[in-house]
Design a protein around this ligand. Structure first.
Ligand code: ADP
Ligand code: MG
Length: 265
């Protein structure tokens, strides 16, 4: 596990905009591989007679150990993409690759294993088990993971080392979300997918949650994608992808990452 601070790959690179077709050319600095890659992703939801085109041939790359923010209006396809990347949903067409293997070729069993071993999810709502303590909520996941970190260590990483034996009802919303982050990262996933993790929190509490995500990304090197509709959060990212109507319409490289504490909204 790389404990040292990771390199800032985009230092000195100016902000640039590009079209969707150019995305695969968004090469990282030397030597960094893609953890996840999507090509020509289409997702059509059919409800009765109505078809919703949630993704329209989207291309996407998530490089190893980077922190990417996905921004865009409601309904632009952000959650759909994240769910497909995390193996929770399947595209109508297109391909997703996790490192060298094609995820879109997996059967249900392989997808379950992929989720269990490689992906950590954090959603807007914490989904903690009310009758279990913070420590027990995290331990539930580490018991079935092949190479977990200790639950207490995961909770210390999100600054909850002194709340191990609290039940969810005894924790604030921000603290519960940090337990959810500890639960997501305790199995040492390769990828952390966060869908509006601060959506239900006030600004001060949201910053503590973002600090926890940033610290996991920096100290464990966990490749992270973070959906938000709050544009200022992009300041903590290596890269920001702007969504519009089922496509990525712009990419911004951040040459001056800021700590969550320096961001306010
Ligand atoms: P975002 O996360 O950017 O707000 P979503 O990916 O959730 O957008 O949704 C994209 C589009 O797909 C929206 O128009 C939404 O209504 C539609 N959609 C999402 N999930 C479903 C579903 N399970 N069934 C039908 N339509 C859906
Ligand atoms: Mg969404």
């Amino acid at each position: 596990m790389p404990a040292t601070g990771r390199r800032r790959y985009f230092r000195g690179v100016n902000e640039s905009a590009m079209t969707n077709q150019d995305q695969t050319a968004a090469a990282p600095a030397a030597g960094r591989g893609a953890t996840l890659r999507a090509q020509g992703l289409t997702k059509v939801y059919r409800t009765g007679e109505v078809e919703v085109h949630a993704l329209r041939g989207l291309d996407f790359v998530l490089y190893e150990s980077e922190l990417v923010v996905l921004l865009g209006p409601s309904g632009s396809g952000k959650s759909t993409l994240l769910n497909i990347l995390g193996g929770l949903d399947k595209p109508t067409a297109g391909h997703v690759y996790f490192r060298d293997t094609e995820l879109t070729g997996y059967d249900e069993r392989a997808l379950t294993r992929y989720r269990r071993e490689h992906v950590g999810f954090v959603f807007q709502f914490y989904n903690l088990i009310p009758s279990l303590t913070a420590l027990e909520n995290v331990a539930l996941v580490t018991e079935i993971a092949p190479a977990p970190i200790a639950p207490a260590e995961a909770l210390a990483l999100v600054d909850l080392g002194d709340r191990l034996n609290h039940f969810p009802a005894q924790l604030s919303g921000g603290e519960q979300q940090r337990v959810a982050i500890a639960r997501a990262i305790a199995k040492q996933p390769d990828i952390l997918l966060c869908d509006e993790p601060t959506g239900a929190l006030d600004s001060d509490t949201g910053i503590l949650v973002l600090e926890a995500i940033e610290r996991v990304n920096r100290e464990l090197g966990t490749t992270t994608a973070l959906i938000t509709h709050n544009a200022v959060i992009a300041e903590m990212a290596d890269r920001t992808l702007l969504f519009g109507d089922g496509l990525i319409v712009e990419e911004r490289l951040n040459d001056a990452k800021r700590a969550p504490r320096e961001i306010s909204w």
